[in-house]
Design a protein around this ligand. Structure first.
Ligand code: ZN
Length: 354
């Protein structure tokens, strides 16, 4: 690759945009896609600044450096990806993590396993789901914490060692309400509850397993499993919690929001189930920005009255509500629900520092 004075086209425009972003002027017509003298001068300045040979020609090395330098923290979502993400944004992240006392490995601008581990530890310490993904939520927390850290009003270091597997060996039964020949409720545009609850359950299983939990899937992969069979499975696995995922439905299209149903065959189980139900309802509603209908006792429901562990039926949204059904088509909504459930579980088991 050699892009030089006299060249034109999209690649020149991209180079100019990156130079502009880094504060170099490329002339009065800005990123016009024409590699003129001003652009050449900017390239030379950039090369001098970054220790490259000042040729004014964008070769592979200069181009890669330009890409590296022009990423700012927040420009993209960072996570452990092969090949590793490289850039100024990663370097910035590593510096912030290091200043908080975490160990992101060498400050090299490369997002490798050590940086990921430090991200997860940071997320854990501030009450985020420790998924190792640096998205908008984590970035906001990083900047907030950095500001607070400056005024030393907040202790960033974890108060106690929770570790990377805060739910290590905790057995949790996971149920997706419908499937097989049973579609569950169907939304106004035809979206099936069975499809969505399975997506959510899958995502929850990934997240909880990633935190060390022993997830016991009590629903069938293809066909619908009888409730008796599901609860037998949960009983045999001696789970500490039963999560059953459904979607709500009403004849009134305007009915919406999140509610979590609970009950317990003893007063102790009922109390514990109520606590997790309240936590989950508020986590999900907050994360989706929808109405929180709270925890509701439903003594007649089979799963709830027959569980030996605290048990809840989670109804994150109303599939019968056109607005909420629309949201359910989006991957982001599924991820948000799953992540809110995971966070709720961590809170319930007191594995988050709050
Ligand atoms: Zn259902």
């Amino acid at each position: 690759m050699k892009v030089k004075q006299g060249d034109r086209g999209p690649i020149v425009k991209e180079i100019q945009n990156r130079l502009l972003k880094l504060g170099y002027s490329v002339g009065p017509t800005h990123a016009d896609g024409n590699f003129g003298l001003k652009t050449k001068e900017a390239v030379i300045k950039f090369q001098k600044k970054t220790g490259l040979k000042p040729t004014g020609i964008v070769d592979k090395e200069t181009y890669q450096k330009l890409i590296f330098e022009s990423y700012e923290l927040g420009d993209r979502t960072l996570y452990l990806h092969y090949p590793f993400f490289k850039g100024r944004d990663v370097l910035e992240l590593q510096k912030i993590l290091k200043s908080f006392g975490f160990n992101p490995g060498p400050l090299d601008g490369i997002f490798g396993p050590l940086t990921e581990k430090a991200v997860r530890e940071f997320q854990m310490s501030v009450g985020l789901v420790p998924d190792g993904i640096v998205g908008p939520q984590t970035i906001t927390k990083l900047f907030d914490s950095a500001r607070n850290f400056g005024s030393s009003s907040v202790v960033i270091y974890p108060e106690r060692e929770i570790g990377l597997e805060p739910l290590k060996d905790v057995p949790i039964a996971l149920d997706a309400g419908h499937g097989g020949i049973d579609p569950g409720a169907v939304g106004p545009s035809g979206l099936k509850e069975s499809v969505i609850v399975r997506k959510i359950a899958n995502e929850v299983e990934n997240l909880l397993s990633g935190l060390g939990a022993r997830v016991v899937r009590i629903y069938g992969k293809e066909t619908n499993v009888k409730l008796e069979k599901r609860m037998k499975k949960a009983k045999e696995a001696q789970v500490s919690l039963v999560l059953s995922i459904h979607l709500n439905s009403s004849e009134k299209p305007e009915a919406g929001g999140c509610e979590v149903l609970y009950a317990g065959k003893t007063s102790e189980l009922e109390e514990k189930s109520k606590r997790i139900a309240e936590i989950l309802a508020s986590e999900i509603a907050t994360s989706l920005g929808i109405k929180c209908r709270g925890a509701k006792i439903r003594k007649e429901l089979y799963i709830l009255k027959n569980s030996d562990a605290p048990a809840v039926i989670i109804e994150p949204m109303f599939i019968s509500n056109p607005t909420e059904e629309k949201m359910l088509y989006q991957e982001e909504t599924i991820k948000k629900i799953a992540s809110a459930i995971t966070r709720g579980v961590l809170k319930y088991f007191e594995r988050l520092r709050l």
